[in-house]
Design a protein around this ligand. Structure first.
Ligand code: SF4
Ligand code: ZN
Length: 314
């Protein structure tokens, strides 16, 4: 009589499968699952030319599952390149009871992996914590401006500042396939199609901007979480108290439902975005960067968006 081979891993054919990857039909054991994720990241890096053999890579770590999975995967890949180096960078927005805990977990992973960890805070860079910004917005009746609107812009700038400070040649962020396709859909829903150009897996060379790369852009969020669980990575799972991205949540639910019914559809959206991007790049004029008149950081306007937002609450 033949043994039951139905639930064996489709790669090693020896160990029991624990995960069914619906979009590829593979059944994977834990070990082959981990290898498949690490290999997929290697393939993505090569496909988009994300990293050079002698890069100094700054990995943006927030303390959540995706960024800590990315840190572990890149730490492993980086060892294969003796001329490359890696450092972790974090932004402390100043959200009491939330980010402090996440940063503690981020620093724990860094210690374990023997990776330098640098933190920059909103307070030191802008003079206010996000908590203080939110109080000011409430006091002045500016509640139409959400904490996330401030946080997103200020964090983007802070990451660029810290990446330059540590001498990074690349800044790796942990955007997953889900983040990427949600953003594409949101850009379309907001009528902001030209933004699709900017949300690339790898940004163009630009003055004073450290090139950004997204090595997890082809890894579904569910798999990045599973990677962290299997590896026993401690991450923060509590949501941010200011989280108010109602529309993104609707899009997330919609895409997850579509993925359940039509496995692989998120990858189809990603490919569509690539084609839209290629078409748009032909008609979009080259963006000219200049120095922000207030802080000296690169911007397309006279005053950068971060300085503009800070002026509103002063
Ligand atoms: Fe910042 Fe909003 Fe994210 Fe909280 S949910 S960390 S406020 S962007
Ligand atoms: Zn500025």
């Amino acid at each position: 009589m033949q043994g039951n081979t139905e639930n064996l891993c489709s790669i090693c054919r020896r160990r029991e499968a624990f995960f069914l990857r619906l979009y590829s039909g593979e059944r994977l054991c834990k070990r082959c699952f981990i290898h498949s994720i690490e290999n997929k990241v290697r393939v993505t890096i090569a496909k988009y030319g994300m990293l050079d053999f002698n890069d100094r890579i700054a990995v943006a770590v927030s303390g959540g599952k995706d960024s800590l999975s990315l840190l572990h995967i890149l730490a492993k890949i980086e060892k294969e390149y003796p001329k490359a180096s890696m450092v972790a960078v974090s932004v402390d927005e100043g959200i009491r009871g939330y980010r402090d805990e996440a940063l503690r977990l981020a620093s724990l992973s860094c210690k374990k992996l023997n990776v330098e960890h640098h933190v920059i805070s909103f307070k030191e860079l802008y003079g206010y914590t996000l908590d203080e910004i939110v109080s000011r917005l409430k006091e002045s009746g500016l509640e139409g401006l959400t904490p996330c609107a401030y946080c997103g812009v200020l964090r983007r700038k802070a990451l660029n500042v810290i990446a330059r400070k540590v001498g990074a040649t690349k800044l790796a962020t942990a955007h997953t396939l889900d983040d990427e396709v949600q953003t594409v859909m949101l850009n379309i829903l907001h009528g902001d199609v030209m933004r699709i150009i900017r949300e690339k897996p790898i940004t163009n060379e630009a003055w004073k901007f450290v090139k950004r790369v997204k090595p997890l852009c082809e890894i579904p969020e569910k798999e990045s979480a599973l990677y962290a669980y299997i590896k026993g990575i401690k991450f923060q799972s509590m949501p941010c108290p200011y989280s108010s991205e109602a529309m993104r949540n609707d899009v997330r639910i919609f895409l997850n439902r579509m993925e359940e019914k039509h496995p692989g559809i998120k990858f189809t959206v990603l490919r569509s975005a690539e084609r839209i991007r290629q078409a748009l790049e032909k008609i979009e004029p080259k963006i000219k960067l200049r120095e922000c008149a207030s802080c000296g950081e690169p911007t397309t306007r006279e005053i950068c968006q971060a300085c503009h937002l800070l002026q509103i609450i002063k």
